[in-house]
Ligand binder design. Structure first.
Ligand SMILES: NC(=O)c1ccc[n+]([C@@H]2O[C@H](COP(=O)([O-])OP(=O)(O)OC[C@H]3O[C@@H](n4cnc5c(N)ncnc54)[C@H](O)[C@@H]3O)[C@@H](O)[C@H]2O)c1
Length: 344
């Protein structure tokens, strides 16, 4: 049995990580840590032998723990992951890896030096649609993927307004870092993870001081963007446009990744996929049907992580992909602040 210690026992841990770990018969949750002790205790009560810690350092000193699961606000991910790896633990971390390029590089270095597994949550890679598109693009079905678009645009959907999500120091940014990691990751994964070389972007903050339905501006810090748009160029000549918003005046929320290739293209829009090609001069649209039950995103990630720790599967995610991702995000913020294209 692999022993798991959880650091951060808030919303996403309770709703998604917990069922993920519980779905495996090869792991045991043995410790919970949260500075809000009551949050950790509320979960630990269902695990009679589990320990509750106030600080992650105490949890890391527990020699029985093999795996550390991190679900804290973004700022703390890298610090806890690096300390855990240096203590010889495998690490499963929530997204985003870190709040800036320096921190994510330190995480990747710590993983390499420790020889332990570091994986970060990748919500969208495990759906049947995504796996099919990845297999197909790797097999050359679409030819060279050279022009892409991705985004997650919400009309109104600001998470935890006034709390850590909207506080730059704790979150690292707004929808770009919160939603951007999901769709940029999927787009780059489909595209074969080319190396980003230049980035240009703009960010906006137009909703922070907007009154709610009762006419009152909600209290609390809101010093991150509510929308980001931009453009990335890769070393293989491909380019990717993106847009992410928590609030913007669009018709409806939409999540999308689209690639155009020399032999075909595809779009995954709100998790529905379509492929576009031409055969003998005839334009062809294809829409595969997946009727099977899909595994919940976190459960799929966690089960894969366990297989990798046990040496039975090769990791679908490697830390250098996280480094490229966070470098892009950091450069977009720099580009937005300076009004210049940034070379990575
Ligand atoms: N992949 C996804 O679908 C998804 C969805 C939501 C959130 N998230 C990510 O999960 C993380 C947590 O988000 P959430 O919505 O659960 O937030 P949350 O505020 O509900 O929970 C965070 C918890 O971490 C605790 N915490 C704060 N500092 C800590 C520290 N230093 N050590 C230990 N615990 C600490 C808090 O007390 C709180 O209980 C974030 O990084 C967020 O980006 C991912």
């Amino acid at each position: 049995m692999l022993k798991v210690g959880a650091v951060g026992t808030g919303g996403i841990f309770r709703m998604a990580h917990l069922p993920g770990w519980l779905s495996s018969k090869e792991v045991e949750l043995v410790a919970f840590c949260d500075p809000v002790r009551a949050a950790a205790e509320a979960i630990a009560k269902d695990f009679p032998d589990a320990r509750v810690y106030d600080s992650y350092q105490e949890l890391l000193d527990d020699p029985s723990i093999d795996i550390v699961d991190i679900s804290t606000p973004n700022l703390f991910h890298s610090e806890i992951a690096i300390a855990a790896l240096r203590k010889g633990k495998h690490v499963f971390c929530e997204k985003p890896e870190a709040v800036n390029a320096l921190e994510v590089q330190k995480m990747a270095d710590a993983a390499r030096e420790s020889g332990k597994l570091l994986m970060t949550m990748r919500n969208n890679r495990f759906s049947e649609e995504a796996k099919y598109l990845k297999r197909s693009s790797d097999a050359g079905k679409f030819g060279d993927l050279y022009a892409g678009r991705c985004g997650w645009i919400r009309r109104r959907g600001i998470p935890g307004r006034g709390g850590w999500f909207t506080t730059k120091e704790l979150s690292g940014g707004g929808p770009l870092i919160d939603l951007g990691v999901h769709m940029l990751d999927l787009a780059m994964w489909f595209g074969g993870n080319p190396k980003p070389i230049t980035v240009s972007g703009s960010t906006y903050n137009k909703f922070a001081n907007r009154p709610d339905a009762s006419g009152v501006v909600p209290a609390g810090t809101f010093d991150v963007e509510d929308m980001a748009i931009g453009f990335v160029r890769f070393d293989n000549g491909a380019s990717l446009q993106f847009e992410f918003s928590w609030a913007s005046n669009v018709e409806a929320e939409q999540k999308f990744v689209e690639w155009r290739g020399t032999e075909g293209g595809f779009a995954l829009v709100n998790d529905k996929m379509k492929m576009f090609s031409e055969e003998g001069g005839v334009q062809l649209d294809q829409q595969p049907v997946f009727n099977g039950k899909q595994t919940a995103q976190h459960t799929a990630n966690i089960l894969h992580f366990i297989e990798c720790v046990l040496g039975r599967e090769e990791a679908i995610y490697v830390p250098s992909q996280g480094v490229d991702m966070i470098k892009i995000l950091t450069a977009i913020y720099e580009s937005a602040a300076t009004g210049r294209e940034i070379r990575l």
